[in-house]
Design a protein. Structure first.
Length: 379
């Protein structure tokens, strides 16, 4: 089941795909970000789409903010297998207000503020999605925070607690610690007593990491992070979060203490520039970590793989995780950190901010430029 909004079937005749409609239809148009083909930043363009009424079991949502994720950057290069072929609207999370209900929807009302999780299709001003893919926003949460919560915090929570079984007095290595999942993981680690956090990030982000609770920030650009971890903790760490892939997965496994757990959840090493890099793909593939069950037996370690994109059928499981996250938000124990907010028209700059690893926290897309910023620009 995919929550990709189907191309509209608007009166008087259907409009195929995400191309701008030829005009003359009665249904309202809205703006959407469309991946027109695989490649650089210029492949994502703002286009017009024709709206449609929600189908049975769906809700229609007026989108106020969307999350940008590393998987979206990989999708742009043709490296993410959960995205339908272009032209297609990307986007796995957004937040907004319910504007219409399809037949049979009883647990949502028009005007409800909701967070939305989908395989793709959410970078639009209006989306139609199954009601089961929406989650009520907590009281007091902004739309930008809501668009920053689902993908990163579900991922970090399930990695740390469901796979990692994080407990008091343990140690965790978090790669890309200033990014969306990294920031979420740090906050979640702080909900457990006396967890020691190692975090890799460029040197300019270390002060911010220390303030957020990272005991040992490591500059992966100038240091061998494995050596740095062992200087402080000769036995290694209990949990490694690995979004990198390739040779870094092997380093992660070797850094585990006995009974340690490695959770791999991405292949960020594939992204080296605007476009697909065949050399980086070959190198990552060649260095990909591999181990047999018998070798694991002798090592007393665990290797886990996590991919939220393949969880879209697990509605009840995801709902239970979101309920725990909403509870933690209500207690003030977690709060999405927003790096920057970009209007749809500046999607290229937003993607560049994330791909060049300049962000500290979440990069957010909004249909229109924030009004406060517009006013500041005028003054």
């Amino acid at each position: 089941m995919s929550a990709e909004p189907a191309p509209a079937s608007a009166a008087p005749e259907p409009v195929p795909g995400p191309e701008p409609p030829a005009g003359g239809g009665e249904a309202a148009e809205h703006r959407a970000l469309v991946l027109t083909g695989f490649g650089g930043y210029d492949k994502v363009k703002v286009q017009a789409r024709r709206g449609a009424d929600p189908r049975p079991g769906e809700v229609s949502v007026s989108v106020r903010a969307c999350g940008l994720n590393f998987a979206d950057l990989m999708a742009r290069q043709g490296l993410y297998d959960r995205l339908p072929p272009p032209p297609v609207c990307p986007g796995m999370e957004c937040a907004g207000t319910v504007r219409a209900l399809g037949d049979g929807v009883r647990d949502r009302q028009v005007g409800d503020k909701v967070m939305v999780l989908a395989r793709s299709g959410l970078w639009q001003e209006v989306v139609n999605v199954p009601a089961s893919h929406t989650f009520p926003m907590p009281e007091g949460m902004s739309f930008e925070e809501a668009a920053a919560l689902l993908v990163n915090y579900i991922t970090a929570y399930m990695i740390l607690f469901d796979f990692g079984n994080l407990r008091p007095n343990q140690s965790v290595l978090i790669h890309m610690a200033a990014g969306g999942v990294g920031t979420a993981a740090i906050q979640l680690c702080k909900t457990v007593e006396n967890v020691t956090i190692f975090g890799t990030a460029s040197a300019s982000k270390h002060e911010s990491l220390k303030e957020s609770g990272v005991a040992h920030p490591i500059d992966y650009r100038t240091m061998d992070y494995a050596e740095e971890v062992r200087k402080i903790s000769p036995k290694g760490v209990d949990i490694v979060l690995d979004p990198l892939g390739g040779s870094d997965t092997s380093k992660a496994f070797n850094l585990l203490k006995p009974m340690g757990k490695l959770i791999t959840y991405g292949v960020a090493n594939l992204l080296t520039g605007q476009k697909k890099n065949l050399m980086a793909m070959a190198k990552t593939w060649w260095n990909q970590f591999s181990i047999t069950a018998l070798q694991l037996l002798h090592q007393n370690k665990a290797v886990c793989g996590y991919h939220l994109g393949y969880m879209d059928e697990e509605v009840e499981l995801l709902r239970s995780v979101v309920a725990k996250l909403v509870n933690l938000y209500g207690q003030g124990k977690i709060k999405p950190k927003i790096d920057s907010v970009w209007p749809f028209d500046q999607v290229a700059e937003a993607m560049k901010q994330m791909q060049e690893k300049k962000n500290v926290g979440k990069v957010i897309l909004v249909p229109e430029a924030p009004k406060e910023e517009s006013k500041k620009a005028e003054n």
